[in-house]
Ligand binder design. Structure first.
Ligand SMILES: *Cc1c(COP(=O)(O)O)cnc(C)c1O
Length: 427
């Protein structure tokens, strides 16, 4: 099946007379004829459902659809993108372990790794993603359990050199985990370039309508856990909470990581997707290719228009040929623009930017990106408000920086709106 067909058909095969769409299994509980049958499922001797904290057919169908889109072997939906990022590493790390993470990542991921994981005894080294491989290799330690990066970083719009990071992961004998939220599998499939595990905030383009919060973790099935000796003992050594079951033996290399996550982290910590959210996500993925194509087409037109306007000091969009990310973006993305998100600086001062935002009528101010409706944000007065001027400069947030997530409205309305708001901002 081609990509667009998979968006509509993968992950769910209706039975004769069954629902044509993925149905919502809103129930928490399943019925069994015998105690013995139920016990076998509890013991992981037989596949089946017994409680929706661990697994649910609606969630499984949508996860399987996403695995097909990313070219993965197994996948699981979580209650948020944050839960997906956390579980993707906590499934294989514990106190005393170490991670390497590219500096250019989403703020929530940065705080999770810089503040929260250290409280659990997991150390994270942040590295400059632009550094040469030989420099990056110096960060590897014997206890380095995973390498983490973002294909197109939110909000700094840096493209990850996935092959370089895959080589770093190889040298560390650890999996490369990549957050592919912004490009979506429509535009970039990190597993094809050597990533082992892919995570998403499905809250963004995969849903695309601001209608559900969710995450997904997709395992390529290609990482050979057993080849790393005792390093990933949770997957390769007998598990006392399941009568000595060895996950890689019982479920195979392709499914061990996802089964471990479900039967351990969901069992003990919770945070699976709700079936209702999975249903909404599955439905909205059906239109993903049509939506993302329009997002990119509109963003390209807006970026070119901004770039040519004298009231704009600079524009970051990897679809522009002069953009410093254009070469990497052309290598890894089917469409160099990546997605609909652009950042730009107005000429003038902080006040001009504030007046510009206040003057917008079609594009709306929102703490959200990757939505069908165009949203804008002025980081200096919102997300980066608490920082000093010097700290803001260090974070690359200029007083007139604006992030715009271009939606799928008619682009003529968007450009007319930007034009009138700029006029107001400088009059
Ligand atoms: C939003 C976002 C997250 C966090 O996802 P939530 O669904 O909000 O928990 C993680 N990574 C990236 C790149 C994001 O944009």
């Amino acid at each position: 099946m081609e990509f667009s067909t998979k968006c509509l058909q993968a992950g769910y095969e209706p039975g004769n007379g069954g629902p044509r769409q993925i149905p919502i299994y809103q129930n928490t509980t399943w019925y069994f004829d015998s105690a013995e049958h139920q016990a076998k499922i509890f013991n992981l001797e037989e596949a089946g459902y017994f409680y929706s904290r661990l697994s649910n057919p609606t969630c499984d169908a949508v996860a399987a659809r996403l695995a097909a889109l990313e070219g993965g072997a197994a996948a699981v939906l979580t209650s948020s993108g944050q839960a997906a990022s956390f579980y993707s590493v906590f499934n294989i790390c514990q106190a005393g372990d170490h991670l390497i993470c590219a500096h250019q990542v989403y703020g929530g991921t940065y705080n999770l790794f810089a503040v929260t994981l250290p409280k659990m005894g997991i150390e994270v080294s942040f590295v400059d993603a632009d550094a040469p491989l030989e420099e990056l290799k110096k960060e590897i330690r014997p206890n380095t359990k995973a390498i983490f990066g973002e294909t197109l970083s939110n909000p700094s719009l840096k493209v990850l050199d996935i092959e370089k990071f895959a080589a770093l992961a190889d040298a560390a004998g650890a999996p490369l985990i990549v957050d592919n939220t912004f490009p979506t599998p429509f535009n970039c499939r990190p597993i094809e370039h050597g990533a082992d595990i892919v995570v998403h905030s499905t809250t963004k383009y995969l849903d695309g309508h601001g209608a559900q919060l969710g995450g997904v973790i997709i395992d390529s099935g290609k990482f050979d856990w057993a080849a790393q000796g005792d390093k990933y003992a949770g997957l390769t050594q007998p598990d006392p909470s399941y009568h000595g079951l060895v996950f890689t033996d019982h479920f195979g290399q392709e499914a061990a990581y996802v089964y471990k996550l479900v039967t351990w982290l969901f069992r003990d910590l919770g945070a699976p997707s709700s079936p209702q959210n999975a249903f909404i996500l599955g439905m909205n993925i059906e239109s993903l290719p049509v939506r993302i194509e329009r997002h990119i087409e509109n963003a390209q037109a807006v970026a070119e228009w901004l770039d040519a306007d004298s009231r704009i000091a600079s524009v970051n969009y990897s679809g522009l040929e002069g953009d410093d990310q254009h070469v990497l973006a052309s290598k890894y993305f089917d469409h160099a623009g990546g997605c609909g998100v652009i950042s730009f600086e107005l000429s003038g001062e902080y006040d001009n930017a504030v007046r510009f935002l206040d003057g917008l009528k079609v594009a709306r101010i929102a703490t959200h990106v990757a939505d069908a409706r165009t949203c804008v944000l002025h980081p200096a007065s919102t997300t980066h408000r608490q920082l000093s001027d010097a700290q803001r400069a260090e974070a690359g947030v200029a007083p007139t920086l604006v992030r715009i997530s271009v939606g799928i409205e008619d682009v003529r309305d968007l450009i007319a709106d930007l034009d009138q708001a700029l006029e107001g901002a400088f009059s």
